[in-house]
Write a protein that binds this ligand. Structure first.
Ligand code: COA
Length: 217
């Protein structure tokens, strides 16, 4: 079993986050771009890490066999001092009553295991907690994986920005999800989270939540 931890980006993770951005987007944001996010009070940038136990952290023991199916083992072996690997990142900016989702990515080796859904859930749960009313984002019409994920959370198309993406010249679809404070949205969140929980269990992942950390300390 591998433990997953979701938390706001810290300065110590800047290099890993730039590497993941390069891998997922070919370099959407630079290091200084991520540094600006760290300093911005309106930015909420979450990272998802896989962790293994250290005596100091008190994280439960994860045997090296747990890492054999994928490249996490290789990454950890390459850097024996490293106890963790960055698997995902997601960010939104709160602008008045809006949560503008600016980035969402899962390491290519770990996609299709529920991690993207977990990250989007966490961003929207946070936006709801901050009393925001709606969420919006831009996505390439060709990005079927992302579109399908956003639709699950009730995002719908609200418009287009012509030739928005410089790399392909593609338009951007503007997606929008209203009613973040409505009961119906709470039900959507709960449903999406329950589905993620099942998928994580099947994939032998365990979410290391704040509550679990408090209990262990
Ligand atoms: C979009 C992305 C974050 C999804 O992450 P992921 O961890 O693979 O997604 P999940 O496993 O949580 O899947 C959740 C849902 O997303 C959709 N989805 C994910 N990958 C998909 C694929 N390859 N094809 C179709 N739907 C897909 C499905 O609706 C899926 O739900 P299901 O499993 O019930 O069918 C990931 O593909 C990614 O990082 N892509 C590159 C970066 C990117 O394009 N980001 C979005 C920018 S707007």
């Amino acid at each position: 079993m591998t433990f997953l931890e979701l938390h706001p980006l810290t300065a110590a993770e800047l290099s890993a986050v730039v590497k993941l951005d390069e891998l997922c987007f070919g370099g959407l944001w630079t290091r200084s771009g991520y540094e600006r996010e760290l300093d911005s009070p309106s930015s909420q940038l979450l990272v998802l890490e896989a962790r293994r136990e250290t005596k100091e952290s008190g994280f439960p023991i994860v045997s090296s066999e747990s890492f054999t199916q994928n490249s996490l083992k290789a990454e950890i072996e390459a850097d024996p001092t490293s106890q963790k690997s960055l698997l995902g990142l997601g960010c939104y900016w709160s602008i008045l009553e809006e949560a503008h989702i600016t980035i969402l990515a899962v390491h290519p080796n770990y996609q299709r295991q529920g991690l993207g859904q977990l990250m989007l859930y966490a961003l929207l749960r946070d936006a709801k907690k901050r009393q925001l009313e709606w969420a919006t984002l831009e996505v390439k019409p060709s990005n079927q994986a992302a579109l399908s994920l956003y639709h699950k959370f009730g995002f719908t198309e609200a418009g287009r920005r012509r030739r928005y993406y410089k790399d392909t010249g593609e338009d951007a679809l503007i997606l929008w999800r209203g009613g973040l404070q409505a009961q119906e949205f709470e039900e959507t969140l709960t449903h999406c989270y329950q589905q993620v929980e099942r998928q994580l269990t099947l994939g032998d992942w365990q979410l290391w939540t704040d509550e679990a950390i408090e209990e262990a300390s």
